[in-house]
Ligand binder design. Structure first.
Ligand SMILES: [Zn+2]
Length: 136
């Protein structure tokens, strides 16, 4: 499993930048590309709820913007906090699990469990029956 120490710290820092006036759930994600570069993102909500965006996909967008189609995901850490700063156990949502797999089927994912400890899993374990576009 990759080293998540610095990614967890960056995810926690990035969560402080979240725009979350509706849910008050501040989420940060920090990922390491196979190139070694690190990218981060936070959730950005909107009054039209459904167009809000997740931290994980914001980090992916930053990575693709920098590296283009060659971007491959090695590891990602996700950190979430309440509006009072309490760490919360939040794993990537279903859409983000699909997005993570797109860029790294063997990537590692780390997030907090309910007891506050960090779990580390392969992204494949988070979404075993993922969508795969059939060959045409
Ligand atoms: Zn998500």
């Amino acid at each position: 499993m990759p080293d998540f120490t610095s990614l967890r710290t960056l995810a926690e820092q990035t969560a402080q930048h979240a725009y979350a006036p509706y849910s008050n759930l501040r989420v940060g994600a920090a990922l390491r590309a196979t190139s070694g570069a690190v990218y981060a993102g936070c959730n950005v909500e909107n009054a039209s709820y459904s167009i809000g965006g997740c931290a994980e996909r914001a980090a992916i967008a930053a990575a693709v913007q920098a590296e283009g189609a060659a971007f491959r995901l090695a590891a990602i850490a996700v950190a979430a906090f309440s509006d009072t700063g309490t760490p919360l156990p939040v794993s990537p949502c279903g859409a983000c699990r699909q997005a993570l797999i797109e860029f790294g089927i063997e990537a590692g994912v780390s997030f907090r469990q309910p007891d506050g400890s960090w779990v580390e899993v392969d992204v494949d374990a988070l979404l075993p029956y993922r969508f795969i576009l059939p060959a045409q």
